[in-house]
Design a protein around this ligand. Structure first.
Ligand code: UTP
Length: 307
């Protein structure tokens, strides 16, 4: 595929300033993006995904609880010295992993919605297309969704969103896309609606937390009034771009069928911990063994009792 639009996507924006109300009280004093998934906070997986896709200029949008996020992506000299003195090179390397990535921070001030959080990145991003990765949305490291989205932007211009088929009754939990002209897993997005009534949803294609946006989105966001829930919705701005024939307008979708977890949702969080725990290099084997025994016990408690 020969790129028609030059490779200019180098920046990633990670909004992490939401209130995380679905996960209270765990998120009262800790951002949900810092909740551990096995042994790393959720946001570290997201930052690593961005760097893997070649987007190593990362801006995190923070809110009130910014300290934990900033500390995580910085050096912890006392800890590093203590590990060095003990000769614990393995843990030392793990502690340094997150500090070695250059992450910038800016505060949102008030959590006025995802669209508002993205607009806060305007100055840092400038006049270039950029990626947005939601800080609580994990895409399995073996799936290359972001790379594919960047390639679609380079070929077709405009903005690109990630879509996932969900059961029709669940579509009201997401932004939902009306689409046409499917070619492989790429579709043209003709309309978007935030958390529709399932009976009125245009499809069962839900918007998930990866975007490659044209910089014209900033101007559109400036004109976008608060929408559902009184928040400035990114979906509303994308709806405007989907219907626009101006330069930078137009929206495509990549239909993703890989592994994805919304770690801001308690049930999905538990699934992420089990799945990534089973895949973990050091813990996976023992955890898997225990999990098999646990499931056997659940299926036939009387046999487990005899053991
Ligand atoms: P969510 O809707 O999942 O976040 O936003 P939330 O509002 O924190 O969640 P609940 O519903 O109260 O549990 C998606 C992403 O956008 C960020 C969140 O941090 C999350 O990564 N966000 C949301 C902001 O950065 N600012 C906002 O004003 C809203």
């Amino acid at each position: 595929m020969t790129p028609q639009h030059p490779r200019t996507v180098t920046k990633a924006v990670i909004p992490a300033a939401g209130l995380g109300t679905r996960f209270l009280p765990a998120t009262k004093a800790t951002p949900k993006e810092m909740l551990p998934v096995v042994d790393k906070p959720a946001i570290q997986y997201v930052v690593e995904e961005s760097v893997r896709a070649g987007l190593d200029d990362v801006l995190v949008i923070t809110g009130r609880n910014k300290a934990a996020l900033e500390d995580h992506f910085d050096h912890h000299w006392e800890l590093e010295q203590a590990l060095e003195a003990k000769g614990d090179q393995f843990r030392l390397a793990r502690v340094r992993e997150s500090a070695d990535i250059k992450v910038h921070f800016v505060r949102q001030g008030q959590p006025l919605g995802l669209g508002h959080a993205v607009h806060v990145a305007k100055e840092h991003v400038g006049d270039h297309p950029f990626a947005v990765l939601l800080g609580d949305d994990l895409i399995d490291g073996r799936d290359h969704l972001l790379e594919e989205m960047v390639a679609v932007r380079e070929e077709r211009g405009g903005s690109v969103i990630a879509l996932m088929e969900v059961p029709p009754e669940s579509v009201g939990l997401y932004g939902c896309a009306a689409v046409d002209g499917r070619e492989g897993d790429v579709v043209r997005v003709t309309g978007l609606v935030e958390k529709p009534d399932p009976a009125e949803a245009p499809s069962n294609l839900a918007v998930i937390g990866r975007y490659v946006l044209d910089p014209s989105v900033f101007e559109v966001l400036e004109q976008t009034p608060p929408g559902r829930g009184g928040e400035i919705q990114l979906t509303d701005a994308l709806q405007t771009l989907a219907g626009s024939s101006e330069p930078g307008g137009g929206v495509h979708g990549v239909v993703f069928s890989g592994r994805r977890y919304d770690t801001g949702d308690r049930l999905d969080y538990l699934k992420a911990v089990v799945r990534l725990g089973l895949d973990h290099q050091e813990l996976g084997k023992d955890f898997g063994q225990w999990l098999d025994e646990f499931v056997q016990e659940r299926l036939a408690p009387e046999k487990a009792f005899q053991r």
